[in-house]
Design a binder for this molecule. Structure first.
Ligand code: M6R
Length: 603
């Protein structure tokens, strides 16, 4: 979580670069922000509670400066206060930090004994003091950073300024992402490329335990005391993706990109029918079973993938939450493929799950959206989702791209194992062509979603039910709703209701029932009748021709019927849109919901 940005150079106004960069990184954390910059031979620190706009109002954007670091915070150690906001300056050293230093308490005690006084509750101020203490002895920043690295445990991406070297920006990173943006006569650091995309597209990815000294005219990267070579990459995303392009929210823009994202994700694999599907994917037939590990919506995409891979390819799939997986007995088998799914490619728990699978000797596949991210680099095989940059904290288009890619894996395996007949394959290829239009048509039915939002806005609890793949989708619908509209909701396997939860159903309790799966629809319909007869206000999302029976439901959203393989990409649209319209009605902060951040780089 947290976003960091830094600048050294002679071309730009540093203060503006820092504020612009923080605004672009605000999706990573937004409970406080701050910058430190060179102003007439001194390092000035300005910080403020709340969003970047509060900080901006406290700063003269025209100050002439050519060195600085900035930070947007998602609190881990200590409340979201101005005192705890970064940067932290101790003695000659000013620091911004993303990550969690696990041994900060021991270090703090030691530093207090050495005479340091702390003004915040953060681990970052401890890091600043530690660097200052060692620097006083070493009088050399590179030697200091090398020593500090040995003393810190946990995750950290650090931007560091030393009062004695006011032409240099220093960095050190471990387990938290950090890139260096390079340009003529100026260089940058950032948690993520979008922060600096309007300045440069060329960047260097730092490896764990790398540290760097960065001046306006050059970058030097070190590892274990030795300078190392590095590769300058080019960022290939469309710069427009970090702009709302006229939409009221990033989330709305990103939902509306789903037709295009579906095309971009599927076309490379299907443009020459089965041939490209086989050619473009690794051979998965050697695995006896598949374990999908992820967090949040990526886990929900994994649950849809499980349904598809089991149904079409007859391979057992287990789906696990990464934060649980990493601390339990994993029982990984040798012939098991571990698939990790992540939009950001930086989620700490998912990354750790991947490393456990690698250590165990399993083959790993990363399904990742952010190109070159840590999970993409660490996975043995990578398939990229082509969703482009996703800014809204609530994932929509990246989730859809994950579902599409997992469905393609199911189809690939099914073809290789000769489990799919020619007719069904032709049906699927025909549907793939129609799907973008169907998605668009569903996105445009905003009046229907608004009406549903109106109906549920005064209720404290909303239930989502479904069976099979519809249960997986219900879980995603429920997460979307609570994440952005702050309305409590739960998703239940429809058959489970009568084992407890149905006691919560009262007159007009909203129940959103997902009914698309042919194999099990009749069973879900009988569960719908059970809640309806207990007074629930039932909204069905279905591709079935349900009779107009008011004893069954109150409202329905009918989605087009396509082959089951890609049907979830249609079903999820009303679920996303209902959450969006409800959040809008309740005037919630849609793109940046409270307490959340886009990249969860702490466990
Ligand atoms: O970047 P990742 O896909 O690894 O993120 C996983 C979850 O944090 C993420 O899907 C989260 O649940 C979303 N905010 C939900 O909309």
């Amino acid at each position: 979580m947290c976003g960091i940005v830094g600048y050294v150079g002679n071309k730009e106004n540093c203060v503006r670069v820092l504020i612009d960069g923080l605004e672009k990184l605000e999706y990573r954390g937004y409970d406080s922000a701050g910058i430190a910059f060179l102003n007439n031979d001194n390092i000035d620190v300005v910080k403020e509670k709340g969003k970047i706009v509060n900080l901006k109002s406290k700063i003269d954007l025209n100050i002439n400066s050519n060195l600085g670091i900035g930070h947007t915070r998602w609190a881990t150690h200590g409340n979201a206060t101005k005192e705890n906001a970064h940067p932290h300056k101790v003695g000659a050293i000013t620091v911004v930090h993303n990550g969690i230093v696990e041994n900060y308490n021991e270090l703090k005690k030691d530093l207090i004994n050495k005479g340091y006084v702390f003004n915040s509750e953060t681990d970052t101020e401890v890091v600043a003091a530690l660097i200052d203490y060692i620097y006083k002895k070493e009088k050399d920043m590179l030697k200091t950073i090398q020593k500090v690295k040995e003393l810190l445990t946990g995750s950290y991406a650090l931007g560091i300024i030393c009062d004695d070297n006011l032409d240099t920006l220093y960095t050190l990173k471990n387990k938290s992402p950090l890139i260096i943006g390079v340009n003529e006569n100026e260089n940058y650091i950032a948690s993520d490329v979008p922060a600096i995309l309007d300045k440069t597209r060329n960047y260097i990815v730092l490896e764990d335990k790398d540290y760097a000294s960065i001046k306006s005219d050059g970058v030097k990267i070190y590892h274990d005391g030795k300078e190392k070579d590095f590769e300058v990459k080019e960022f290939l995303y469309d710069a427009n993706s970090v702009d709302k392009q006229g939409y009221e929210h990033f989330m709305l823009k990103e939902m509306n990109e789903q037709p295009e994202v579906f095309k971009n994700t599927t076309t490379p694999y299907l443009k020459n029918g089965i041939d490209s599907l086989i050619e473009k994917m690794p051979d998965f037939t050697k695995y006896e079973r598949i374990r999908i590990v992820a967090c949040g919506s990526a886990t929900h995409a994994g649950l849809v993938g499980k349904c598809m891979i089991e149904k079409y390819a007859n391979v057992e799939v287990m789906v696990e939450t990464a934060s649980e997986f990493r601390y339990k007995k994993q029982f990984l088998k040798n012939d098991e493929l571990v698939i990790v799914v992540s939009q950001s490619g930086e989620t700490a728990d998912t990354l750790e799950a991947l490393l456990i699978a690698k250590q165990n000797g399993n083959d790993t596949l990363g399904i990742v959206n952010a190109k070159g991210s840590t999970i993409a680099r660490e996975s043995k095989m990578v398939l990229y989702t082509e969703a482009g940059q996703e800014i809204a904290v609530a994932t929509t288009k990246a989730y859809s791209a994950q579902v599409a890619l997992l469905s393609l894996i199911a189809l690939n395996l099914s073809c290789k194992k000769n489990l799919i007949d020619k007719k069904e394959m032709l049906d699927i290829l025909r549907d793939v062509k129609k799907l973008p239009d169907y998605i668009e048509e569903l996105l445009n039915r905003r009046d229907e979603y608004k009406k549903i939002a109106e109906e549920i806005k005064d209720y404290n609890d909303v239930f989502f039910i479904g069976r099979g793949v519809d249960y997986a989708l219900a879980q995603e619908g429920s997460l979307k709703l609570k994440e952005i509209s702050y309305t409590h909701s739960e998703a239940y396997a429809a058959g489970e209701l009568k084992h407890g939860t149905i006691s919560l159903i009262e007159d007009k309790t909203p129940v959103i029932a997902v009914i698309t799966d042919d194999d099990i629809a009749l069973k879900t319909i009988s569960n719908v009748k059970e809640v309806k007869s207990r007074g629930a206000n039932v909204i069905c999302i279905t591709n079935k021709n349900l009779s107009n029976d008011s004893n069954l439901y109150d409202k329905k959203i009918v989605i087009p019927k396509v082959n089951d393989l890609f049907e979830p990409l249609l079903t999820v649209i009303p679920l996303q849109m209902i959450a969006y319209e409800l959040a809008k009605l309740k005037e919630c902060s849609i793109d940046k919901p409270r307490n959340l951040a886009k990249s969860v780089t702490v466990e």
